[in-house]
Design a protein around this ligand. Structure first.
Ligand SMILES: [Zn+2]
Length: 175
């Protein structure tokens, strides 16, 4: 199951852009780094319910939700009207700056459309797409069609040998 989760994982944290996020907000359908996971936890489960890859048990429904929403689709809603001058934090930004950004987005809801609801997922069906098989779920993750228009993909992040050694077996891009 964990391999299936990692196969669906985003390359970067939805909130600060740090590489290889290992946490998620199930509520929001986004992938998070360790720091942003902590900030989401401090906001509370009424806004964002978090989970860790590898430590927590995942239900097929939760994996389905993460595949269906994901960082890009979530950003197209939660960041749809970020002011041009707004300074978005990056991986090297201070904690306070990142926390303000996260609270502005999901708690104060400053940048999302007033007239539409957050991304939802189609009804999960037990027999359909999600299973425990690594190879199958990787293929399915690649084929999964989002109903939203895609944003421009991020450029591939620089590689480092240490990272590849630790995570290489999980992050093989489907061909
Ligand atoms: Zn982050």
């Amino acid at each position: 199951m964990e391999a299936a989760v990692m196969a669906a994982a985003a390359e970067t944290c939805a909130d600060c852009g740090a590489r290889r996020p290992r946490y998620v907000s199930i509520t929001l359908g986004i992938w998070l780094c360790n720091r942003c996971y902590g900030i989401h936890r401090s906001i509370g489960a009424h806004v964002t319910r978090t989970k860790c890859v590898g430590l927590d048990t995942w239900s097929p429904q939760e994996l389905h939700r993460m595949k269906s929403i994901g960082n890009e689709r979530a950003a197209s809603y939660w960041e749809s009207s970020v002011p041009a001058g707004y300074s978005r934090p990056g991986p090297a930004s201070g904690n306070e700056e990142v926390e303000n950004w996260i609270r502005d987005k999901y708690e104060r809801k400053l940048f999302c459309p007033r007239d539409s609801a957050p991304p939802t997922v189609p009804e999960f069906q037990e027999k359909s797409s999600v299973s425990g098989s690594t190879t199958r779920s990787q293929g399915q993750a690649a084929k999964f069609n989002l109903p939203y228009p895609k944003l421009h993909p991020l450029p591939p992040p620089p590689k480092s040998e240490a990272d590849d050694e630790e995570f290489g077996s999980f992050i093989q891009a489907p061909s």
